[in-house]
Design a protein. Structure first.
Length: 207
């Protein structure tokens, strides 16, 4: 039986983007999954219980290896995509909703596969409708500094001020996209586009 101090896990939850699978599903303690676990608890100081602490903001260079680590995990594709969404939302201050849409079989529509942020009613989006639907047709990046200025826009929340959608290609075919909503006006730059293109290229490798 392996004894794991509870404060290790608590510290990870409070101070990192991660969750328990950072320890249970990665290479850190793979052998523990094959042995019974016993959690021990030691009272933490009040300073360790700062649940209101803001998530750590990371730059794109720091995020790249984190993306690759998540995609390398031996879990389902959907779980890995959700992990990417959570990582980006937690560590990029102006990424308020992050999701992956994919072509829904032979239908000319997109279906939401994974996301982080508030739940959305827009789980199915027809090609050509809204920013995501337009990217499904154009095969090009779409950066929207001000969503109110767009005629063909699907409103998801009154708080959304800007949006960026980057198509995801597998063998040259546009099969999906990463979609990000921001509550900050005009926050996206060329750096965001380059980083999200990197994310999509890495995701394409596991599909």
């Amino acid at each position: 039986i392996v004894n794991i101090p509870f404060e290790i896990f608590f510290f990870d939850i409070v101070n990192s983007y991660g969750y328990l699978r950072c320890y249970l599903n990665t290479v850190i303690f793979p052998s523990l999954l094959r042995r019974p676990l016993r959690f021990t608890y030691r009272k933490l100081s009040v300073y360790s219980l700062n649940l209101s602490a803001k998530p750590c903001v990371m730059n794109f260079k720091e995020l790249r290896p984190r993306v690759e680590n998540i995609l390398a995990e031996k879990i389902s594709i959907e779980a890995r995509l959700t992990g990417i969404c959570e990582l980006l939302k937690e560590h990029v201050s102006y990424y308020d909703w992050v999701g992956f849409y994919f072509k829904n079989g032979d239908k000319e529509e997109l279906k939401l596969k994974a996301f982080a942020g508030e739940p959305t009613d827009h789980t199915i989006i027809p090609f050509g409708k809204g920013i995501c639907g337009q990217v499904a047709v154009s095969n090009k990046n779409f950066v929207v500094p001000d969503v109110k200025a767009q005629n063909n826009y699907i409103a998801c929340s009154i708080y959304v001020k800007a949006e960026i959608v980057i198509p995801l290609f597998v063998n040259g075919e546009n099969i999906g996209q990463i979609d990000i909503d921001s509550h900050t006006p005009d926050p996206f730059t060329e750096e965001d586009e380059q980083f999200l293109e990197f994310v999509n290229a890495r995701v394409a490798e596991i599909l």
